[in-house]
Design a protein around this ligand. Structure first.
Ligand code: IVH
Length: 722
């Protein structure tokens, strides 16, 4: 069986199986009571998946499976219209607003665990102003079938008696956003929310370089809305996930989740570092001077707005199908994720005539590409201990070809995921590549489960050192708490310490293993005690390699503070955070002395990071290590202290919000340079709220409630004598 035919056959089988199920519902005229039960179950299930997808950014099923379930519900509802539930998922769009669904799903016992474990996401999402949409923000009808696409075009053309123009576009896999420009200036950037109202995330959107605050001079209407997608290109996604893995955080499942999670961060400075991008594809307003959709988008491009270079106007169904064909394979070469194409009737007058259903426009639809999957056998599960002690289950598979490579291993993420899949050793499993480095298991073919298939026991002890594992209450992962005594964790800490972006010492995995196995290193400081006499007798070491290695150790003593801080391997402290801390604190003593609360006040440092730093310095072992490393001459003092220009803002904590004549980051740097602290959120400890144009509504309200003085840009300059 060739790889391609295997994959194609698998998809075909699943689709045929599904169609048979739908047909059987219709033909067998499923009894009304059975239909009622199934409608209720499917509605509840789809609501839960919507919540996982839109609010938690952590879907547990693929889009394909979701769409199949939705189609089943639609088929049943069409059969028994009187059974349609008032809040049926077929009648409304999924909501990204976190409050409402939490109450709903908390009643569920099955998934309670995972919802509770995400309570921190809910916490971090607080504080966006909710704004009603002027025009409801709907979704799109979609299909995986080319016949349906043909039927979509043919039906509209038959009704109109002529061949029509369609705007054919890529379907970007990101987060929908609605921008409002008034007098050429960006005034609001609102997420889809529940379709009726969404969160104003303008501060975060302003960090996206391709979105202009001011439009280029042109014939733009006084007020209009333009909608589109905020997405994370593959390169930014890979960098972010690598960094997350390095600091012991759970990586994002795909770029869409990463974009959505990033857009809802509380700190714009942090969002700015996430590499988000945007493409706009739908303009709305009163009396817009256009007759076609493509004209409107071309005008938007002239005004400086980001639009897609790949949208094309095509005539008639055959030409539309040609566009679909073209992108089905080409899309893999794009630097961002797409999950299909969108076909829109180009004439705005006809769009108006066709109108909307409760959930989507009748003038547009999406053709979705089927994800490439493979079916193979699960041979065993290994449990890997990472640098931070996180234990990750990895599936060992019967090798199978998928999208050009042979897949032998796949991630199972954590115990919750294993339970959700109800995976057994010996099962036939579906493997998919979602853009991650390691492919993932997305489903189990239960019908093929062998009789002797056994449910795996997640280990209770560390597979490496035997210490009882603990489950982090904030995350779904299990950890080995033996940070200093667990061989894998210790070795990984050395590898991280020596890595190029950290201390840049000439020692990779093999050298660290060898030094560890020969009892030469246990604590990071042991590296600086190594001598040529100890190294020379070891296998593979020669005069020259010894000299080079020792020279690299010597050189590492001049590595700047920010890299030393990163090298220590404090949980949640990646390169960016280490840089930020080294800028903020003159030396490691000041950092160690900072309380958790003080740390959390720093823009871009959340409560989890603050707690991790505090816990690290609270451990006398770590303090002893730092003293030893300092004794060897490593740099624990930064250049931040020397950048100070005055103490005029000594003891003052200032929150910056809105748009200013200079970048916000520059204002924050000025605060720090004058002895103050730039913080991210307004609290009782805030001295001033420095407000520019369009400051965050929530921040202004909180400042007013707490009686905190609000100053403008000029008043700030006066304060620092500028
Ligand atoms: S048009 C009235 N065009 O896909 C509907 N949507 O699954 C306007 N999407 O909600 C949407 N690429 O978030 C449109 N070229 C494109 C798109 C696109 C991605 C998203 C959008 C929509 C979702 C539906």
């Amino acid at each position: 069986m060739s790889p391609k035919s295997g994959v194609a056959k698998l998809e075909k089988n699943r689709i045929i199986e599904y169609i048979c199920k739908l047909v059987s519902i219709i033909m067998a005229k499923i009894t009304k009571s059975a239909a009622k039960e199934r409608i209720e179950a499917l509605s509840e299930e789809l609501r839960r998946h919507n919540y996982n997808y839109y609010v938690l950014n952590a879907p547990v099923i693929t889009d394909f499976e979701f769409d199949l379930k939705m189609q089943e519900l639609q088929a049943l509802e069409a059969l028994y219209p009187d059974l349609v539930l008032p809040d049926s998922p077929t009648q409304s769009v999924g909501s990204d607003i976190e409050d409402k669904p939490v109450e709903k799903v908390n009643g569920q016992t099955e998934t309670n665990k995972s919802f509770l474990s995400y309570s921190k996401i809910k916490d971090e999402n607080r504080g966006f102003e909710q704004i009603p949409h002027k025009y409801p923000m709907l979704s799109l009808g979609n299909t995986y079938s080319r016949e349906d696409m043909l039927a979509f075009c043919n039906k509209i053309e038959a009704e109109n008696g002529e061949m029509l123009e369609y705007s054919c576009e890529l379907k970007f896999d990101g987060v929908a956003i609605c921008l409002t420009y008034i007098n050429g200036e960006l005034k609001r950037a609102v997420t889809r929310g529940d379709g009726v109202k969404g969160d104003n995330v303008i501060d975060n959107v302003l960090t996206i370089k391709s979105i202009p605050l001011h439009l280029k001079p042109g014939d733009w209407p006084r007020e209009f809305e333009i909608r589109g997608e905020i997405f994370m290109p593959w390169s930014a996604f890979e960098t972010l996930n690598k960094e997350k893995e390095e600091i012991g955080e759970q990586p994002f499942a795909n770029p869409r989740n990463a974009a959505s999670g990033s857009l809802k961060l509380q700190s714009s400075a942090q969002v700015a570092g996430r590499g988000l991008d945007c493409v706009l594809y739908h303009m709305l307003g009163e009396d817009l001077p256009f007759t076609t959709h493509s004209e409107a988008i071309a005008a938007a491009a002239r005004w400086g707005l980001p639009t897609s270079e790949f949208s094309q106007v095509r005539r008639g169904a055959a030409d539309v199908m040609d566009y679909i064909e073209h992108w089905d394979s080409r899309r893999k070469t794009l630097p961002y994720a797409t999950d299909g194409v969108v076909i829109k009737v180009n004439s705005l007058a006809l769009q108006k005539r066709l109108g909307f259903t409760a959930k989507s426009p009748r003038w547009a639809t999406a053709y979705k590409f089927k994800p490439e999957q493979a079916l193979t056998r699960l041979l065993s599960i290994s449990y890997q201990v990472g640098r931070t002690g996180a234990v990750t289950p990895v599936a060992n598979l019967e090798p199978v070809p998928l999208s050009g490579t042979i897949v032998k291993r796949a991630s199972l993420h954590n115990k919750d995921q294993m339970d959700l899949l109800d995976i057994h050793i010996g099962d036939w499993v579906y493997v998919e590549k979602g853009g991650e480095i390691i492919p993932k298991i997305t489903g189990v073919e239960k019908a093929k489960r062998p009789d002797d298939a056994a449910r795996p026991d997640f280990p209770t002890l560390c597979p490496d050192c035997g210490t009882p594992l603990v489950r982090d209450p904030e995350e779904a992962r299990h950890y080995c708490p033996n940070r200093t005594g667990c061989p894998t964790q210790t070795k990984s800490a050395f590898v991280h310490f020596a890595s190029r972006d950290a201390m840049d010492i000439l020692a990779g995995d093999a050298t660290i293993d060898q030094l560890y196995d020969n009892n030469l290193i246990r604590r990071l400081s042991d590296l600086y005690r190594l001598t040529k006499e100890q190294l020379m007798p070891l296998e593979g070491w020669q005069e020259r390699s010894c000299d080079n290695f020792l020279a690299s150790l010597e050189k590492s003593k001049s590595v700047p503070f920010e890299r030393v801080l990163y090298a220590l391997g404090i949980r949640h402290i990646g390169k960016t955070t280490a840089k930020l801390l080294a800028k903020h604190f003159p030396d490691i003593d000041a950092l160690a002395a900072a309380g958790e609360e003080q740390l959390a006040q720093i823009d871009a440092i959340g409560s989890i990071v603050a707690a991790s730093i505090s816990a690290y310095f609270a451990d006398p072992e770590n303090r002893r290590l730092i003293d030893e490393l300092r004794g060897f001459g490593l740099k624990f003092t930064g250049s931040g202290a020397s950048q100070k220009v005055s103490n005029l803002l000594e003891g003052k904590s200032i929150v910056v919000s809105g748009v200013f004549s200079i970048p916000r980051e520059d204002l924050k740097a000025m605060i720090e340079a004058n002895g103050g602290t730039a913080t991210g959120s307004v609290s009782g400890k805030t001295s001033y709220l420095l407000a520019g144009d369009k400051p965050g509504d929530a921040k202004m309200k909180k400042a007013a409630a707490l009686g905190i003085e609000v100053i403008d840009e000029q008043q700030f300059y006066n304060m620092i004598g500028r």
